[in-house]
Each structure stands twice: as C-alpha cells, then as structure tokens.
Design a protein around this ligand. Structure first.
Ligand SMILES: [Zn+2]
Length: 71
C-alpha cells in the first residue's frame, strides 16, 4: 500500500515495530487494518495531546496528534 505512513523506529527501545494510532470513529478499512495489526485504534475521543505512534515491543507511545505527523 503506497498510502502507508512511514513509521519511525521506537525512540525508547529502537524496535522497528511501530504502528500508527488512529483516532476518531474508525472506518471499515481501519477496522480491517487493526485486525491485521497494521494500526491501533485509539478511540473516538480526540485531543491534541494524544500520542500518534505505538511500539509493539515495549508499549511506548509517543508523538503528539496536535503537532501533526512529525517524528
Ligand atoms: Zn519500544
């Protein structure tokens, strides 16, 4: 999928097991992606302080939704 966001490695443990956290009401596509472990559904309550990346290796979450998709 060319639309995939580039996921940075985990800043805490360095693992390349980062998945984007998707907020808002999930679409059917988002549900399917979550079932394939390509994304994590963060829920429908959206604030600027939410993290945007999740490391599956150490469960670290980082980034800020309000800052856009910067690493
Ligand atoms: Zn990590």
């Amino acid at each position: 999928m060319s639309a995939n966001r580039q996921a940075p490695p985990c800043p805490r443990c360095g693992a390349q097991e980062t998945v984007p956290i998707v907020y808002g009401h999930p679409s059917a596509e988002a549900f399917e992606a979550a079932e394939r472990d390509e994304i994590v559904l963060g829920g429908c309550v959206v604030t600027p302080d939410l993290p945007i990346w999740l490391c599956r290796a150490c469960d670290h979450r980082w980034g800020r939704l309000g800052d856009g998709r910067e690493e």
